[in-house]
Design a protein around this ligand. Structure first.
Ligand code: 13P
Length: 259
């Protein structure tokens, strides 16, 4: 049976009360189905200010909760930052890292993201590590070079167990928020390159790595089935469509029909 992870990245949207109402409706709509389909995992990633409220709404739900960022130090004089152990303590099981918006708007580097991934692994919070090329990079034939650099910066030197406990989200920057998704064939070709590269970086050739590789970038209710039907696409990291209960549950239902 195939396992899928369907993750919603809410970005900077909703107010705390709206977030609580949203997850009440979401869990009311999909929880029973998720309970019956344990190979399909679902996670929502609200802004920091909504985490505690959303977590308390979802205490008896199958839906997990994740953050959208964290710092790599555990404590100290880092005004405005949040430590991995703080996320762990309130009940976050995932954290998105290295999103292209963090890289381009907030100047996050491969080196910082690598430190953050390690800090999350140290407290057993699953990193959803984002990679992806810009339109210029794709058009100049640099996609694989860019992805390889982003992956090596994080994965080199990790143990097999660590490699398999990270979730990768391949998000072509040109597909984020544009309504222009990669075609399923294009995404599959890149996912398959990423998986092969992981095998080589982790020096694992006899063992098929179970590291999940999600696709992100204008995934929606209409294109999710075709994307998820590809063998190397293990789920989605969804922005806009994760803010609508019907669209998000429809993506989850597509994964269920393909498991
Ligand atoms: P959209 O689904 O809105 O394109 O956003 C994708 C994304 O950035 C998820 O992290």
């Amino acid at each position: 049976m195939r396992e899928f992870l369907i993750a919603g990245n809410w970005k900077m949207n909703m107010l705390p009360t709206q977030a609580k109402m949203f997850v009440q409706e979401l869990s009311g709509t999909i929880d029973e189905t998720l309970h019956q389909n344990p190979t399909i995992r679902t996670v929502v990633c609200p802004p920091f200010t909504h985490l505690a409220g959303v977590i308390s709404e979802l205490t008896s739900s199958e839906i997990a909760v994740g953050a959208q960022n964290c710092y790599f130090k555990e404590t100290g004089a880092f005004t405005g930052e949040v430590a991995p152990s703080m996320l762990k303590a309130i009940g976050c099981s995932y954290c998105i890292l290295g999103h292209s918006e963090r890289r381009s708007i907030f100047g996050e580097t491969d080196e910082m993201i690598s430190q953050k991934v390690k800090a999350l692994l140290a407290v057993s919070v699953t990193p959803i590590f984002c990679i992806g090329e810009t339109l210029d990079e794709r058009e100049s034939g640099q996609t694989n070079v860019v992805l390889e650099k982003q992956i090596r910066a994080v994965f080199e030197g990790l143990t097999l167990e660590e490699v398999e406990s990270i979730v990768i989200a391949y998000e072509p920057v040109w597909a984020i928020g544009t309504g222009k998704s990669a075609t399923p064939e294009m995404a599959e070709e890149t996912h398959s390159f990423i998986r092969e590269l992981l095998h080589s970086v982790a020096n694992q050739f006899g063992h098929k790595l179970t590291t999940k590789i999600l696709y992100g970038g204008s995934m929606n209710a209409a294109n999710a089935y075709d994307l998820l039907s590809k063998p190397n696409i293990d789920g989605g990291l969804i922005g806009g469509a994760s803010l609508k209960v019907q669209d998000f549950t429809s993506i989850i239902t597509s994964a269920i029909s393909l498991q």
